[in-house]
Design a protein around this ligand. Structure first.
Ligand SMILES: *Cc1c(COP(=O)(O)O)cnc(C)c1O
Length: 402
């Protein structure tokens, strides 16, 4: 891009023409609101159906207290990268606990899931090799492949046969990466079949379980545990601490040597400041609360079932998802935005996801549920959705009279 205002103007005009303008809005969640299900936006309290705080742990008193106590004890910043004095006892304990939680020998902390994904793909794929990925993988996995210099080949969404065909055709395929739960569709990857083919063909399998950890499987151990896959079957398991665990940061878990290679090679690990120890302490408290309070997962499951049955009765075609991510495809971006605005006016904060984040023509509402939601809030959302969809249809009919 040329350095001049015309170039900037042209670029932004293009963003607008494609209905792709993204905007920051100040949205505040607070224990003062009495529930993790609310966000204050422009002074109005909305019921939040777009956070990834699936268990409501970001507002848990024990998690807040642990964060506060650790900040008093250690100060705020870690002061350095992990390998240069930034690795505290809190980090070390959290790594041990995450390894035990995921049933792996060892875990390594990262400052964000985005960086963990760059790290894994770049550490286990080299220039000249081939990386296989699901077409709907998270952007950070795609970026990891680009940064690695390996050739990226994408297979049809959740199609383990297509993945196996690519492995067969490409000798130099070394790593297959997939979301465990797909962030925009809410469905789960065919992990057992992918694990079988990767083992047979000698590829590393990496699962990004950002949306599975804390929520799926026995005790919320994630989509990999739900499929009962060990470290032989899924050698590289990434999880985040900023979603169901309500904190911030991420980890990769695996066998000792696998993690040691990551520690030696991963630039997004080596060349960045360690997360604040207070956040590690908060994540430990969140992990512990998520284990003690299994009722949170039960409430979430009830909320998912309620939303789906009410939607089905109201003729609202949610995508087929069994997880906390319940998308409703609208199609064009303008209509999806309009529906999002209507819902906001009715008191609900719902994410509108448009291309390029999702394929063209599949702009959607990305409804996410939490254990913090009350059944009445779900019923009210369904009512507002039904009214909003009705209004959209009427507008379309007016615009295109038969
Ligand atoms: C959110 C997310 C990430 C990134 O994690 P952050 O900790 O937010 O950087 C990676 N993968 C998937 C599938 C995600 O949904």
């Amino acid at each position: 891009m040329r350095r001049n205002t015309e170039a900037l103007h042209a670029l932004l005009a293009d963003v607008d023409r494609q209905q792709r303008r993204r905007v920051q809005r100040i949205a505040e969640r607070s224990p003062r609101h009495g529930s993790a299900a609310f966000s204050a936006v422009d002074g109005r309290l909305l019921v939040n159906f777009c956070s990834n705080d699936y268990l409501g742990l970001s507002q848990h008193p024990d998690v807040i207290a642990a964060c506060r106590a650790a900040a008093s004890e250690h100060g705020v910043g870690s002061g350095a990268a992990h390998l240069l004095g930034g690795h505290s006892a809190e980090h070390q304990s959290l790594e041990r606990e995450l390894a035990a939680f995921t049933g792996r020998q060892r875990a390594l902390l990262f400052s964000t899931g985005y960086m963990a994904n760059l790290a894994v793909v770049c550490s286990f794929a080299d220039r000249g090799e081939v990386v296989l990925q699901d077409r709907l993988n998270h952007a950070s996995l795609i970026d990891g492949a680009r940064l690695s210099g390996a050739r990226l080949l994408r297979y049809a969404h959740a199609d383990a046969d297509a993945a196996a065909t690519l492995m067969q055709a490409h000798e130099s395929a070394c790593l297959l990466a997939t979301d465990g739960v797909f962030s925009m569709d809410g469905d789960v990857a065919p992990l057992p079949s992918l694990a079988d083919s990767c083992r047979e063909k000698g590829l590393w399998l990496m699962v990004d379980d950002a949306h599975g950890i804390g929520v799926l499987g026995p005790d919320g151990r994630g989509s990999v545990a739900a499929a009962d896959l060990d470290s032989e079957q899924v050698p590289l398991l990434m999880g985040t601490l900023g979603k169901a665990l309500g904190c911030f940061g991420a980890f990769v878990a695996g066998d000792d040597q696998v993690i040691e290679v990551l520690l030696q090679r991963a630039r997004p690990y080596i060349y960045t400041t360690a997360m604040p120890p207070a956040l590690a302490a908060a994540a430990r408290a969140a992990l512990s609360a998520s284990q003690r309070e299994g009722w949170r997962r039960e409430r979430l499951a009830k909320n998912i079932a309620r939303l789906r049955s009410q939607a089905s009765q109201a003729g609202i075609p949610l995508m087929p998802s069994a997880t906390a991510i319940q998308p409703l495809i609208i199609g064009d971006s303008a209509s999806a935005l309009q529906l999002g605005e209507r819902l906001s006016a009715a008191g609900f904060l719902v994410g509108v996801t448009r291309p390029p984040t999702v394929p063209i023509g599949s702009a959607r509402l990305r409804i996410t549920l939490s254990a913090a939601h009350e059944p009445e809030q779900i019923d009210a959302l369904i009512e507002a959705l039904a009214a909003g969809l009705h209004a959209l249809r009427n507008d379309a009919a007016l615009a295109n009279p038969a």
